[in-house]
Ligand binder design. Sequence first.
Ligand code: FAD
Length: 434
Amino acid sequence: KIAISWFRRDLRLLDNAGLYHALKSGFSVLPLFIFDRAILDQLENKEDKRVTFIYQAVADLKKQLKELDSDMEVQYGFPVDIWKSLLEKYDIAEVYTNHDYETYAKDRDDEIASLLKKSGVEFKTFKDQVIFEKQEILTGQDTVYTVFTPYSKAWKAKLNDFYLSSYPTKKYFSKFYKTKTTNIPTFKEMGFIETDHDFPSEKVRSALIENYEETRNYPALPGTSRIGIHLRFGTVSIRDLARKALEKSDTWLNELIWRDFYHQILWNFPQVGQGKAFRADYDKIRWRNNEKEFKLWCEGKTGYPLVDAGMHELNETGFMHNRVRMVTASFLSKHLLIDWRWGEAYFAEKLLDYDLAANNGGWQWAAGSGNDAAPYFRIFNPTAQAEKFDSKGEYIKKWVPELNSLNYPAPIVDHKFARERCLKAYKEALNKDK
Ligand code: FAD
């Protein structure tokens, strides 16, 4: 009998909770990765860089495991079908994996757990991708925090070495199942095309974190870690990063806490991930949803240089600086009165670090409909934001080189007009009289 350690968004051998428990189970451990068709079939861009990122991470795991005389079983298909075939192929005693807080993943895991149960196989799951999950951080009244600042205080108060220490998997590497399994399915078999491998490094420089407070708001500077994609797919451990943050920068630690915060929001209020505003009132807003304007926003042709620069950065690199994410998201939902869910979906398609919980949280924050969101009457002025955070215009020049040519479009909407129109629409929906 063997145990299977099923990797999903935890693509590393070190400090991996589920893997650690599997290796200690007493059974030989076979690592598994499934290229999940239910997810991949939905990606319209067949040159999606994130698929290349995962592929590369899986190939790397396979290589590391081969050096330990083991291997990783890598399959392509729908998880239920794959698990049915694995139950026939191997004599499985237990399956280990890490929690995933998204609705699709929860449903998938429930289905797999009951399938395995029918064969007498236990499905054991662990917290791995966050420091605190689900309802580990509650208010004095045992309710879930929906406002960030008190949540972060409680988060910090609960933190101790136990939550920060790594799972010492390496000690148990001799427990991997000795095997030579199958190859990785090719990109072609999965209907994808391999892209370049130009991804941000998983190493975070200490100097960067030390200066984070001063540099983080200026999109022209390389002032943030760009670690998002690694956190998304688990090629770094959140515990390693949190220890580093604790030592070097409280501000950076706060960003990691925002990540935990939005994950617990998604878990406790799953409706936010299913198209619902966190504040139900906001679903009464009558969006204009002008498709032509949406297209101009997507293409970075709004005539507002900071918005356009952000969209160009996103379209060309799969990254956008946080300050600019806030400005572009606010512009779409408030200036153009386009349903924030359209923008959320566009970011989901383009961002390398796309994460349902954080993206949804960010969009609802910008639109005003989220927990702890910007109040409805606070409407970013994209020109003032550019003056404040890109005063020399370096970021804008980099991403909108056509700015000083005749080709650069006039603003698609006047700021003052858009502001009034937004306030009116929001007030109407929210029943505000001032
Ligand atoms: P750093 O500034 O170095 O921060 C380190 C890490 O902390 C990030 O990689 C991320 O994991 C986490 N983090 C930082 N800020 C936040 C935040 N506000 N909420 C949650 N986690 C945070 N972040 C995503 O990871 N995925 C998304 O899909 C995403 N979509 C967003 C959409 C909008 C509209 C907005 C306003 C923000 C979004 N963010 C998202 C949050 C934030 O913009 C990015 O995490 C950050 O810009 C990533 O850059 P970095 O890795 O250099 O981050």
